[in-house]
Write a protein that binds this ligand. Structure first.
Ligand SMILES: [Zn+2]
Length: 117
C-alpha cells in the first residue's frame, strides 16, 4: 500500500520535528497534495492514523490541502488551473502547455503544543 509508506514517512518527519521543538503534543499536521500526483488523498487520510498509532503523535489530525494543477499555455499565453484532464489549457483547450505544478506532496505545517517554560 503506497499511501501507508508515505504516511509512515510523514509520521517520522513530524515526530522528529516535534521532538526538536520540545513539543509535548502534536495537534494537527497539514500537507499539500498536488492534483496530478499518484497519492490518493482518502487513502492517505486513512493511512495516517495507522502509521501514527503507537507513536508520540498518535491521535493527531491530518489535514490535506489539494493543490490545483497550473499550466502555462504556449498557444495563447495564459496561465490557468485546468480541471481534469489537467494537461490542457483552461482558456483555449490547447494541449501545448507546460505543467507548472501539481505533483507535490509537501509537509506544510505542524501545529504543536510547546511548554512555555
Ligand atoms: Zn491556451
Amino acid at each position: 500500500m503506497h499511501e501507508l509508506s508515505i504516511a509512515q514517512i510523514l509520521v517520522e518527519q513530524v515526530v522528529a520535528a516535534a521532538r526538536k521543538a520540545g513539543a509535548t503534543r502534536v495537534i494537527q499536521v497539514s500537507v499539500a497534495l498536488g492534483n496530478l500526483g499518484t497519492v490518493n488523498p482518502d487513502a492517505l487520510a486513512a493511512a495516517f492514523p495507522i502509521a501514527a498509532e503507537h507513536t508520540f503523535i498518535a491521535g493527531t489530525t491530518l489535514s490535506i490541502r489539494r493543490v490545483p494543477v497550473r499550466c502555462d499555455c504556449k498557444a495563447c499565453g495564459m496561465t490557468t488551473e485546468p480541471e481534469f484532464p489537467f494537461q490542457t489549457c483552461g482558456a483555449c483547450g490547447s494541449g501545448n502547455v507546460t505543467v507548472l505544478n501539481g505533483h507535490e506532496l509537501l509537509l506544510e505545517a505542524i501545529e504543536l503544543d510547546v511548554p512555555v517554560n
